[in-house]
Write a protein that binds this ligand. Structure first.
Ligand SMILES: Nc1ncnc2c1ncn2[C@@H]1O[C@H](COP(=O)(O)OS(=O)(=O)O)[C@@H](OP(=O)(O)O)[C@H]1O
Ligand SMILES: [Mg+2]
Ligand SMILES: [Mg+2]
Ligand SMILES: [Mg+2]
Length: 355
């Protein structure tokens, strides 16, 4: 068996099961939005998906630590919200009994769900096996009816070894071109959509359709698109201007003679898209001096892009360092591009950002 085969299987199934839950919420008008202390939104989908993923990890790797975005504190004083989430969690499972069994089956009760939700408070760091979970990345996109991703990565001694991204609203077809409206709101039709990206360090990156039971076969290798002419490249960037500086991104595109409009979409769907050659370059340019990127926003995507033939660094050319705790404390922004042109892109990023 190849290294990390069990981790890869469990991670893909856990993400697939959580995505069944997020899709149920996605199609409801009321998504149970709660505001967090930092004013960012969180929904019943985020809580439910996190509970399902942690319970699958604990069933298989009880000793591993977990860094997860959400916590149960906000729910403890709100029995109604607890009930709504529990109803979702209780009634969501894979439709393949063996796969569901592998994930440990259903949680016992509401109290167990709250306990499990709080098992993601590890401080991270440079030692041991640590999973990073973003149950819904791009929550704003999720609320808008756009792109979002269910994200899971395994770090061992600070290095990402396994990465999985479930992207329910991306085209299932790896060859589907990126379109400007891909991140747009109002995606209501699941037909032809839903992809599960995955990678293991040193073993390449792959995709398969996002299913509802056992993993859908085959798992197909993906690769970034070789860029022959920089002028023909396409940028992927955040929808929210507060998450990445879109003005600087436009200046960088101009200096690289890129004329294609950049494709804006929420979440790590950007990493998945460029990894399969639908789009080429993902820039995340800091909008504040103090914001530290969260490890769960990048762990899976960083590995998937590098295993697909890309290079991922920050705006100063340093590899993303996942060993510093819950945030990428030693990095500023992200520059992801095919390895062959990454240096060229980084040079222009540094010129424009005056770094
Ligand atoms: N100021 C600032 N700068 C950079 N990043 C920030 C910032 N504030 C929040 N976040 C994180 O952005 C995550 C969503 O990133 P996206 O690339 O999906 O942004 S966007 O929605 O497309 O605009 C989002 O992840 P989720 O909360 O999981 O949606 C946040 O962790
Ligand atoms: Mg969030
Ligand atoms: Mg996120
Ligand atoms: Mg999130």
């Amino acid at each position: 068996m190849s290294q990390y085969a069990k981790e890869l299987e469990v991670a893909q199934l856990a993400v697939q099961r959580a995505a069944i839950l997020t899709k149920r919420v996605f199609h409801e008008k009321a998504k149970g939005t709660v505001s967090k202390d930092d004013k960012s939104p969180v929904t019943i989908g985020d809580f439910g998906a996190q509970a399902l993923i942690i319970s699958a990890l604990k069933a298989n790797f009880p000793e591993d630590e977990i860094v997860a975005e959400e916590e149960a504190d906000r729910l403890r004083g709100d029995p109604q919200l607890q009930d709504t989430i529990w109803e979702l969690v209780r009634s969501t499972g894979l439709d393949d009994p063996a796969a569901e069994r592998l994930l440990g089956g259903a949680l016992a009760d509401k109290a167990a769900m709250l306990d499990v939700l709080d098992m993601g408070k590890s401080q991270g760091g440079a030692r041991g096996r640590i999973w990073a979970i973003d149950p819904i990345d791009g929550t704003k996109g999720f609320l808008r009816g756009g792109q979002y991703a269910v994200c899971l990565g395994l770090m061992v001694d600070g290095d990402v070894k396994v990465g999985v991204l479930g992207c329910p609203n991306l085209p299932v077809d790896d060859a589907a071109p990126l379109t400007a409206d891909m991140g747009a709101e109002g995606q209501t039709d699941d037909e032809g959509r839903g992809v599960l990206f995955s990678a293991v360090l040193g073993q390449g990156a792959a995709s398969r359709p996002l299913g509802t039971g056992a993993l859908v076969e085959p798992r197909k290798r993906i690769a970034m698109r070789p860029i022959e002419e920089m002028a023909g490249a396409t940028f992927c960037e955040s929808v929210e201007s507060g998450h990445s500086n879109q003005g600087e991104s436009a200046q960088i595109a101009q200096r690289l003679s890129i004329t294609n409009p950049s494709v804006r979409m929420d979440s790590q769907a950007k990493y998945g898209s460029i990894a399969r050659g639908a789009g080429d370059i993902y820039l995340r340019l800091p909008t504040s001096k103090t914001y530290q990127e969260k490890i769960w926003d990048h762990a899976a995507g960083d590995l998937i892009v590098r295993e697909a033939g890309g290079q991922v660094t920050d705006t100063l050319g340093r590899r993303l360092d996942f060993s510093k705790g819950r945030t990428l404390a030693e990095n500023k922004g992200v520059v992801a591009a095919p390895a062959a042109v990454h240096g060229q892109v980084l040079k222009v990023v540094r010129e424009v950002l005056k770094l």
